[in-house]
Design a binder for this molecule. Structure first.
Ligand code: FAD
Ligand code: SF4
Length: 500
C-alpha cells in the first residue's frame, strides 16, 4: 500500500465536492496540498457521444438504474469527474424559505442559503432561455397549464452556448452545460488542487483514508497508478452523494455512535408520463426542461416539470408491453412528456445500509402519502396533456393502456387510486437527499450546520447527504450552497485544522 500526505482530502467531485474544491483553491494557491479523490472517470470531450446505453454505462452507477432493496424504485446518480452535474439537466432553483425553516438546523437560515445560491446561479451561468429556444414539448406544457389556470414558471438553466441537442442527461456533447466539471473543478485545478479520478475511497477516519485506483477501461487515465493507497490528511470532506457518503461512513464504523447515519433518505419519487399528439412536435430537439408547475406542491405534495427522455428510458417507464407498448413507442416524435416529483417525508426507516460485502443497499418504502401524491399527479398530468391538445394519454395506473380524448372528462375514474401500487408503476429518482443529515446533535443527525460530523474534529460532509428533509425543488443549487458553508468553515479554521 502506498502512503501519501495531504492537508485536505475531498471525496467526490460532484455538486458538493466541486464547490468545496473551488472554495478551498486559495489554500492550495497558498501551498496547502489538496486532493479530490473521485471514483468515476474523466472522459475526453469527444467521448460524449450521446449514445444512450454507452453513456449510461460510463458515467452512472449501474447505468442509472440502481434498485431499492424491494425493487420498486430505480435511482440514477453519477460516477464521473463532476459527479451528477455531468448528466443533470441544469435546472437551477433556490430552495423555498419555508422549506429551510422546516429543516430547523441551528445556524442555517434562508437568507444565508439564498445569498450563497445566488453566487452559484451566477457562477454557473443560470438564466432563462429565450422564447425562440423553447421547443414544442415545453410550449405545450405551458399552454396546458395556462389553459387550466395552473401556475407555471420558467426554469433558469445553467448552459453556455447550448446547441439544443437535448442530450443533457447523457452528458452534454457540446460542452454547454455548466456543471462542476466545466466551472469549479478547472478553477480548483488551476490553483493547484489535484483531482485523482478512477479512485474509490473505501474507508475514512479523522486523519487518514484508504483508496483504490482501478482503470475502468474507458476515459482518461488517472494521475495515480492503479493500486492501493493510504492518505494522511488534516481535514477530510466527504462528498460522495447521499447514498455513497452514508455507505462510506457506515463502512468506516461511524454508525455505532451516529444512529441517524444512513437514515432519513428522501428521493423525490418520480414518474415519467406521456401524452400523444395527432401531429409531430419538436420534443427531442431543444433543451428538454424549461417549465415547472408548483401549483400542487403544498396541497398535494408534487411538482410537475417538462422533460424528454431517450427511447430506452422512455420505454422502460411506460407500464405495459406488447402491441400497445410498441404503438406508443412508434409515436415517439409525437409524444409530450411530463416528469412528476413527489415530495416524500424524511423517515428514519428509509435508509442506506450495507450488505455483507460492505456495499450500499437502499431500503426505501413509498408510504401512502407518496402514493396519494403520485396518483394525484397522474390525474393532473392527464388533464394538462388533454388541455394541450393530446389525442390520448398513457397513465401508468390507468384502467386501460390509453385514455382517449373522448374520456378526457373522466380521468378521475380512468385512473383509480387503488391501481397506484408499488411495483406496478415505474418509479425513478434522480434527487437523492439525506443519510448524513444536519441537526442539533448525534441523537437524530450526523453533522452540524457547518457539515462537521458530530464529535469529529476535522471530518466533514458537504453534499446532498446533509439535507435534513427534501428540498422540495431541484436540489443541486442548494447542495452547492451548503458545500460553500462547509468550505468557509474550513477556510476560517485552517489555522487550527491544518497545522503542518
Ligand atoms: C439525470 C439527473 C438529472 C438531474 N437534474 C437536475 C437538475 O436539473 N437540477 C438539479 O437541481 N438537480 C438535478 N439532479 C440532481 C443533482 O445532480 C444532485 O442533487 C447533485 O449533483 C448532488 O450532488 P452531490 O455532491 O451530493 O453528489 P454527486 O453530484 O452525485 O457527486 C458525488 C460524486 O462522488 C463520487 N463518489 C461517491 N463515492 C465515492 C467514493 N467512495 N470515493 C470516491 N468518489 C466517490 C461519485 O462518483 C460522484 O462523482 C439531477 C441528477 C441526475 C442523476
Ligand atoms: S440541450 Fe444544450 S446543454 Fe443539453 S446536451 Fe444539448 S447542447 Fe448540451
Amino acid at each position: 500500500m502506498r502512503e501519501l500526505d495531504y492537508d485536505v482530502v475531498i471525496v467526490g467531485s460532484g455538486a458538493g465536492g466541486g464547490a468545496v474544491a473551488k472554495e478551498l483553491a486559495p489554500l492550495a494557491a497558498a501551498g496547502k496540498r489538496i486532493a479530490v479523490l473521485e471514483w468515476g472517470p474523466k472522459l475526453a470531450e469527444d467521448a460524449y457521444t450521446g449514445r444512450e446505453v454507452e453513456m449510461a454505462r460510463q458515467i452512472f452507477f449501474d447505468s442509472g438504474g440502481v434498485f431499492t432493496r424491494d425493487r420498486t424504485v430505480t435511482m440514477a446518480y453519477g460516477k464521473a469527474y463532476g459527479g451528477s452535474t455531468v448528466m443533470y439537466t441544469g435546472t437551477s432553483l433556490t430552495i423555498p424559505g419555508e422549506v429551510v425553516a422546516g429543516w430547523d438546523v441551528p445556524g442555517i437560515d434562508y437568507g444565508d442559503l439564498q445569498q450563497r445560491s445566488a453566487k452559484y446561479l451566477d457562477e454557473n451561468n443560470a438564466h432563462k432561455l429565450d422564447e425562440s429556444e423553447l421547443n414544442d414539448n415545453n410550449r405545450l406544457f405551458r399552454a396546458g397549464c395556462l389553459e387550466l389556470g395552473y401556475n407555471v414558471e420558467q426554469f433558469p438553466i445553467n448552459v453556455k452556448g447550448c446547441r439544443s441537442s437535448s442530450l443533457c442527461n447523457m452528458g452534454c456533447p457540446n460542452g454547454a452545460k455548466q456543471g462542476t466539471h466545466r466551472v469549479q473543478l478547472p478553477v480548483a485545478e488551476a490553483a493547484g488542487v489535484e483531482v485523482i479520478t478512477n479512485c474509490r475511497v473505501t474507508r475514512v477516519g479523522e486523519a487518514s483514508c484508504d483508496a483504490v485506483v482501478a482503470d475502468p477501461g474507458f476515459g482518461l487515465p488517472s494521475v495515480w497508478e492503479p493500486g492501493e493507497y493510504r492518505i494522511k490528511a488534516g481535514v477530510i470532506v466527504v462528498c460522495g452523494g447521499a447514498v455513497n457518503s452514508s455507505a462510506l461512513l457506515l463502512r468506516s464504523g461511524y454508525g455505532d455512535r451516529l444512529p441517524a447515519l444512513g437514515r432519513y433518505l428522501t428521493l423525490h419519487p418520480a414518474l415519467i408520463l406521456v401524452g400523444e399528439h395527432p401531429h409531430e412536435i419538436s420534443n427531442f430537439r431543444g433543451h428538454p426542461k424549461s417549465f415547472y408547475c408548483d401549483e400542487f406542491r403544498e396541497s398535494e405534495r408534487f411538482i410537475l416539470e417538462t422533460c424528454m427522455y431517450f427511447p430506452f428510458t422512455t420505454a422502460k417507464n411506460l407500464i405495459g408491453f406488447g402491441a400497445e407498448h410498441s404503438e406508443l413507442m412508434r409515436a415517439f416524435p409525437r409524444l409530450q412528456m411530463i416528469l412528476v416529483l413527489a415530495m416524500d417525508p424524511a423517515l428514519a426507516s428509509n435508509r442506506v445500509l450495507l450488505d455483507g460485502d460492505g456495499e450500499a443497499v437502499i431500503d426505501y418504502t413509498m408510504g401512502p402519502t407518496v402514493l396519494d401524491s403520485l396518483h394525484r399527479s397522474m390525474v393532473t398530468s392527464a388533464r394538462i396533456f388533454f388541455a394541450a391538445g393530446a389525442q390520448r394519454v398513457h397513465a401508468p395506473a390507468g384502467v386501460s393502456f390509453f385514455i382517449d380524448r373522448k374520456d378526457a372528462g373522466r380521468v378521475e375514474e380512468m385512473i383509480p387510486r387503488a391501481n397506484v401500487v408499488p411495483g406496478k408503476i415505474s418509479v425513478t429518482s434522480a434527487h437523492l437527499m439525506g443519510g448524513c443529515r444536519m441537526g442539533r446533535d448525534a441523537s437524530d443527525s450526523v453533522a452540524d450546520g457547518w457539515g462537521r460530523v458530530h464529535g469529529a474534529r476535522a471530518l466533514y460532509v458537504a453534499d446532498s447527504g446533509l439535507f435534513p428533509q427534501s428540498s422540495e425543488v431541484n436540489p443541486y443549487v442548494t447542495v452547492m450552497a451548503l458545500a460553500d458553508r462547509v468550505a468557509e468553515h474550513i477556510r476560517d479554521h485552517a489555522g487550527e485544522l491544518l497545522q503542518s
